[in-house]
Design a protein around this ligand. Sequence first.
Ligand SMILES: Nc1ncnc2c1ncn2[C@@H]1O[C@H](COP(=O)(O)OP(=O)(O)OP(=O)(O)O)[C@@H](O)[C@H]1O
Length: 302
Amino acid sequence: MNSYIVQVENLSHHFGKQLVLDDVSLLIPNGSIYGFLGPNGAGKTTTLRLILGLLKKQTGVIRVFGDDFERHRIAALEGIGSLIEQPSIYLHLNARENLEIYRLAYKCGQKRVHEVLEMVGLNDVGNKKSKDYSLGMKQRLAIAIALLHNPELLILDEPANGLDPNGIIEMRNLLLHLNREFGKTILISSHLLAEVEKIATDVGIIHKGKLLFQGTLPELHQLQSDRTIIEIEVDDLENAKTALAQLFSFTTAGRNTLQVICNKKEQVAAANDLLVKQGVRVYNLKVIQNDLEALFVQIITA
Ligand SMILES: Nc1ncnc2c1ncn2[C@@H]1O[C@H](COP(=O)(O)OP(=O)(O)OP(=O)(O)O)[C@@H](O)[C@H]1O
């Protein structure tokens, strides 16, 4: 069996004149939870839609289960369950009735309805009308529908979007459960680094249509620990820049604020010393980490 369930090579895509994907290559390992991370408008949904054949591919190669997607579209789609747009859930029907409709369409055995309800933890409320479900429960029902034909790969576009904190935790636990207990490979997009970090084994980071990073979660953490970003608020920005320019890379983050890249803890102290020696008053100095913006600076300057 191919060790990558999805291989995307040199994928580019235009909407009109706008280049929204620029030479993106992805490797989704078999058995992984692959977090596809990027801010709004980065190109995540477009990539997922291309992998699912929902958009016509312009440039690049997409292989699913080792085969060219375009030439083996039906076989590929049989192995994929997805949640990209809002699912069509009949609100006046309960979860069992909703699943029964899709079961007939997918031609699955009757016992599959019970199995997928169990898998997503909706068995106890299977007879409740779905209009009375929370958003989190509706999302889980949508995932149950995606699981009906027993796909190896789940592709989920921001499944935690709009959920309350409890719903987010439940979604996270569900994805871990599906991966660990049922061996599903999961490709999930998100704009929240903290969210993806809690479940992903592998991460791809996309920004303005370009893939900036791809690797395992430990590799991402290594990159983060090698580089610390500090944010410094000063009284005189120009003077501060002059002081730091000889030793540090930095970006301007506000009227009186700089983001400075440090390789070790000692460099944080050194940056502060340089500013003090230059007569710059430091009003605030804090380490920023663990958000997507900080990570972009770390990756771009690596
Ligand atoms: N059908 C379309 N026609 C024209 N432009 C589009 C279309 N779909 C997406 N875009 C544009 O392509 C870019 C990438 O959008 P995409 O939805 O892939 O990003 P995203 O990373 O999924 O962000 P979001 O989380 O906001 O959906 C955006 O600038 C968006 O406005």
